[in-house]
Design a binder for this molecule. Structure first.
Ligand SMILES: Cc1cc2nc3c(=O)[nH]c(=O)nc-3n(C[C@H](O)[C@H](O)[C@H](O)COP(=O)(O)OP(=O)(O)OC[C@H]3O[C@@H](n4cnc5c(N)ncnc54)[C@H](O)[C@@H]3O)c2cc1C
Length: 415
C-alpha cells in the first residue's frame, strides 16, 4: 500500500504542473495516468503560451459566418449534426457568454491567470532544464482583408489599456519577419510578448522528470478506480492501491468520467481539434506560430515539422475522427506557406475541455472532502498549466493565493 499526501489524476500539462508545485512545497505526490505524461490533449496543441490572451473564443455574432458553418463551408469550424441536440444547452450558454459585456467580464476575471502564465512556465522550465523548448519571438496573426483587420480594433484598444505589447504591421513588414510567407495578406499583428513551444510533449515530460527528481512518484493506473477508503481517497495503480487525504482531478476532457459517478456533475463540453505535421518545401521555414485569421487555422514550427492545427469541431469526445476541415483549409494554407508532404499518415485528434464561460474550474469540489478540481482550460491549457499549479498548490497548503480563486470556483455552476 503506497501512501501520499496528494494524488493527482491526469499527467497533462495541468496535472503535471500541479504535482510539481505541490512537490516543491514539500508534499509527497503520486501522479497517476493511464498513459505517459503529456500524451493526452497536451500532446497536440499549437504550442502558444499566450500571456497576452485578451478575448476568449466567442460564438459567431454574424449570420454570414453562422450560415457558412451550418453549410460546412467554414474552414474554422465543423460539427456532427447528431451531436447538436446533446450540446444545445451548452451552446446556448456559450452564446450568452459571448455577448460583448460578458466577454469583457471574462477578460477581467481571467487576467490574473494569464498575467502569470509566462512567468510560471519560465520558472518551471528553468528548474526542469527545459528552457530550450521555449521560443521568445511572439506570434503573428495575419489578416488577408481590411475588414477582418478592422474587426480587431477593439482587441487592440483593450491591449493598449492593459499594457499588452503588440505591433500592427503591413504585409511587407510581416514578411520581413517571416520571409517564407506568400504575400496573400494585407495586415498582421505581432504579439511580441507571447512565447511558443517547439515540442509540447517534451516540455511536459521535462516537468514530469523534475517531479521525479523532487521525489514525486509517477504511476500507471485508471483514474476511474478512484473511491473513498475512509479516511482516505484510494486509486488503483499498476503498483497497487495508493491512498491520500487529498486528490486533484486534472483529467482535462476525461474529468467527467471520474466526477459524474461521484455526483460532481459540471457542464463541461469538448471542442475537438486536429493537427497534422507537414514538411516545408525547399528551404522554407517559420520561426514563430502564425494564425490565418480568416481561415481559422494556425501553423507552428515544431520539432516534428510544421504543425497545422484546426479550429473547433463540435462532436462527441469519443466519436471517430472526421478531419474534413483539412479539405476546406488546406488550399488556403498552401496559398500562404509552401507546405510539402504530410509527415504522418493521418491527422491527430484532441479534445479541448471547455466550460461555456471560457473559465477553468480550479479549487475544491462542492460538498466533497479532500476532492480538488483543476480542469476545463479549453483553448489555453498549455498556457495556464503552471499558473494553475501554483494557484491550487497555494490553496491546498493554506498559503495566500497569488490571485482571488473565486472566479474559477465550481460553485458558479451551483444554483
Ligand atoms: C488543436 C489544439 C490546439 C491547441 N492550442 C493551444 C495553444 O496554442 N495554447 C494553449 O495554451 N492551449 C492550447 N490548446 C489547449 C490545450 O492543449 C489543453 O487545454 C490542455 O492540453 C489541457 O491539458 P490538461 O492537462 O487539462 O488535459 P490533458 O493533456 O488531456 O491531460 C489529461 C490526462 O488525463 C489522462 N487520463 C484520461 N482518462 C484517464 C483515466 N481514466 N485514467 C488515467 N488517466 C486518464 C490522459 O491520458 C491525459 O494524460 C489546444 C488544444 C487543441 C486540441
Amino acid at each position: 500500500m503506497a501512501r501520499a499526501d496528494v494524488i493527482v489524476l491526469g499527467a497533462g500539462t495541468v496535472g503535471t504542473s500541479i504535482a510539481l508545485h505541490l512537490a516543491k512545497r514539500g508534499l509527497s505526490v503520486a501522479l497517476v495516468d493511464r498513459a505517459g505524461p503529456g500524451e493526452g490533449t497536451s500532446y497536440g496543441n499549437t504550442g502558444i503560451i499566450e500571456g497576452n490572451t485578451i478575448f476568449p473564443q466567442a460564438f459567431p455574432s454574424d449570420w454570414a459566418t453562422l450560415i457558412r458553418i451550418a453549410l460546412k463551408r467554414a474552414p474554422e469550424a465543423n460539427y456532427h449534426l447528431t451531436f447538436l441536440p446533446k450540446i444545445a444547452p451548452w451552446l446556448l450558454a456559450f452564446r450568452a457568454a459571448s455577448r460583448p459585456e460578458r466577454l469583457l467580464e471574462t477578460v477581467q476575471l481571467m487576467r490574473p491567470l494569464f498575467a502569470r502564465a509566462i512567468a510560471e512556465h519560465d520558472t518551471l522550465s528553468a528548474e526542469a532544464g527545459a528552457g530550450r523548448y521555449l521560443r521568445r519571438n511572439g506570434w503573428l496573426k495575419l489578416y488577408r482583408g481590411d475588414r477582418s483587420f478592422a474587426a480587431q480594433a477593439r482587441e487592440l484598444e483593450l491591449a493598449a489599456t492593459l499594457g499588452i505589447t503588440n505591433v500592427p504591421l503591413d504585409g511587407e513588414a510581416a514578411r520581413a519577419l517571416e520571409p517564407s510567407l506568400h504575400p496573400v495578406f494585407r495586415h498582421a499583428v505581432h504579439w511580441t510578448g507571447a512565447v511558443s513551444v517547439s515540442n509540447p510533449l517534451a516540455l511536459t515530460r521535462a516537468y514530469a522528470a523534475r517531479l521525479a527528481a523532487l521525489g514525486g512518484i509517477m504511476l500507471s493506473g485508471d483514474a476511474r478506480s478512484l473511491h473513498r477508503s475512509e479516511p482516505h481517497w484510494r486509486v488503483d495503480s499498476s503498483a497497487g492501491p495508493v491512498d491520500a487525504g487529498d486528490v486533484v482531478i486534472a483529467l482535462g476532457p476525461w474529468a467527467p468520467d471520474v466526477l459524474d459517478p461521484l455526483g460532481v456533475k459540471l457542464p463541461l463540453a469538448v471542442k475537438r481539434g486536429y493537427h497534422r505535421h507537414f514538411r516545408a518545401q525547399g528551404n522554407a521555414g517559420l520561426s514563430r506560430p502564425i494564425l490565418d485569421a480568416e481561415n481559422g487555422y494556425c501553423l507552428t514550427p515544431m520539432e516534428q515539422g510544421i504543425r497545422l492545427t484546426t479550429g473547433t469541431e463540435f462532436a462527441a469526445r469519443d466519436a471517430p475522427p472526421t478531419p474534413g476541415q483539412f479539405g476546406r483549409l488546406l488550399p488556403a494554407a498552401h496559398d500562404l506557406f509552401p507546405l510539402g508532404e504530410p509527415a504522418e499518415p493521418a491527422p491527430w485528434l484532441g479534445a479541448r475541455p471547455c466550460f461555456a464561460d471560457s473559465r477553468p474550474v480550479i479549487g475544491r469540489a462542492p460538498r466533497s472532502r479532500g476532492l480538488w478540481l483543476a480542469y476545463g482550460h479549453g483553448h489555453w491549457g498549455l498556457t495556464l498549466g503552471p499558473a494553475t499549479g501554483r494557484l491550487i498548490a497555494e490553496m491546498m497548503t493554506g498559503a495566500t493565493p497569488f490571485c482571488d480563486p473565486k472566479p474559477y470556483s465550481a460553485d458558479r455552476f451551483l444554483h
